[in-house]
Design a protein around this ligand. Sequence first.
Ligand code: PRX
Length: 674
Amino acid sequence: MRNSDEKSPDEVRGITAGLTKIRNIPSPRWRGTRKPRISSLTQYRRLYRESLQKPEVFWAEQARKISWYRKWRTVSQWEPPFARWFVGGELNACVNCVDRHLEGPRRYKAAIVWEGEPQGQIRVLTYQELHREVCRLANVLLRHGVRRGDRVVIYLPMIPEALITMLACARIGAVHSVVFGGFGPGALQERILDSQARLVVTADGGYRRGAIIPLKENLDAALAELSCVQTVLVVRRTHCPIPWVEGRDYWLDQELEKVRSFHTAERMGSEDPLFILYTSGSTGKPKGVLHTTAGYLLGAMVTTEYIFDLRDEDLYWCTADVGWITGHSYVVYGPLACGGTVFVYEGAPDHPSPSRFWEMIERHRISIFYTAPTAIRAFLRWGEEWLSKSDLSSLRLLGSVGEPINPEVWMWYFEKVGGGRCPVVDTWWQTETGAIMIAPLPGVTPLKPGSATLPFFGVDAAVVDPEGNELPPGNKGRLVLRRPWPSMLRTLYQDPDAYRQIYWTPVPGCYFTGDAAYRDQDGYFWIVGRMDDVLNVSGHRLGTAEVESALVSHPAVAEAAVVGRPDPLKGQALVAFVILKEKASPTQALMEELRAHVARQIGPIAKPEEIHFTEALPKTRSGKIMRRLLKSVANRSEVRGDLSTLEDQTVLQKLAAARSEPIIGEAEPESWED
Ligand code: PRX
């Protein structure tokens, strides 16, 4: 089945055989008094089977955990590739995350515990206080003319107002589109334009590693050529001077004083849009992933309940920014729908020192910690001494998300952070899936470092060939989901054709994830990585085409191609090959200018690690860039595979000029990835 240049799955992941093949770590069980939600692997398997055999029964049962104004008529409608869930039902996501907790003992329980990056700034909001703040913000939005269905862009640091604004939008039925605060003016403009937002909520800056991110300046640059945005609400966070447009910009604190602190939530239909979140794909333009209300909320909620086993006594910390899907599902909607207490931190993990995270875990007695492998790799590199000073005994569960976790890193996380007593839940999912799809159940699923283990209830995950036939264990193929699930994306915003084309066409009858994976003999899933031109840089999803179009937008650049190469810290690093226009000269200064240009266009995360100026790029006769060859050059590995389609056979020599060693190896068949 495998092509000759394919490495065995273990080789692909750089796994030492002993660690993964043999290691089957029992998932430590929390030694509290509480009864486990799922008590054995046998029970998981039975429930999983039932959830696939009778999905409607399973999901209807789960949906009772939501507070409805009106119960649904039909659990699901499937007109491939368009799904509808809980049709006819009415609810409000904000009411489910806030109001309903006011009726019992959770009223005075902390909903949000927040720390700013500057030391000593702590804010705690009880559910009652959160309700008040959300209602006031909802009234401000209404006062500025935002109505049900309107789009609101949120461009904020990780401060309570970010969560409050998201919930306020949900409350009035406006569709939020959160733009990561690390994105620059170009990326922001593209997202505002595509969603035709009428209002933006931002701040006078946010703290990051002691510096201030100029959010308002970025926004003003993004809005320079746009007419759709009528109002900008500005949160006072840093008290730095900022540019101001009279008649468009308003200080949020002043606006909040003009409104009342109660508001009756809108009754939303199950399938009314809740939010748009832009994510990278194979094209230069990010895709607007659209999620709707009931199915999304239910997916986020039940996965939080079962996979994080969230309880009232927990202090739960997901380190993701709300600008990413993880921040939507596991900072806001999932844990708050469960009535949990979420910890939110504004800044960088190493400010003022690499012990910051561990000090906060000790200070607040955080019990659940969910982060990305790139962060864990950074901690590992900074050294154990930074965490050995803190008391981490409050931790009971650890999570990982965003990219494959290397088994050695997994072991370090398990042993050093978790003290060998906390299960590590490696959770595989995507912006598009809305909620975790593959993950262990803590205390139940035996763990294998580096594997996301088994599918969640109702998730029909499989590894298949391009025709959709399931592959035997150990064979790498396409990771697909073979049936719709409640929290799936409904479409790409205003582009249903692309939705069909990208997700439902590559493998007949299945949702194609874009990932390659294999299953082992125990049915465990091992995610290998993306099969498309999407890179994962420090857990952030970036399309190579986006970075290419940012480079080409610079006046000195004629053409650009960007590929990834493995990076021990970031997972993947960007390597750019750039052809300059004739009048430009390839200087170090220009290289730095191009990096800064990409940072302005997209954001600092998209800055290429390396830029190579070249006279030509390897292309097929039809003009398609042969990325496989560029990847080899970027990786400093031998160029293998069929070179007969290469239009200009001298290109590789030209690219090799930057390197001393020869780069053409023996010809081998095209790899399956091409
Ligand atoms: O390649 C997979 C990787 O991240 C991609 C999804 O990126 P995004 O939509 O930004 O969402 C990230 C957070 C959910 C996937 O296609 N990925 C995500 N989680 C894992 C992972 N790869 C391996 N293991 C994971 N646990």
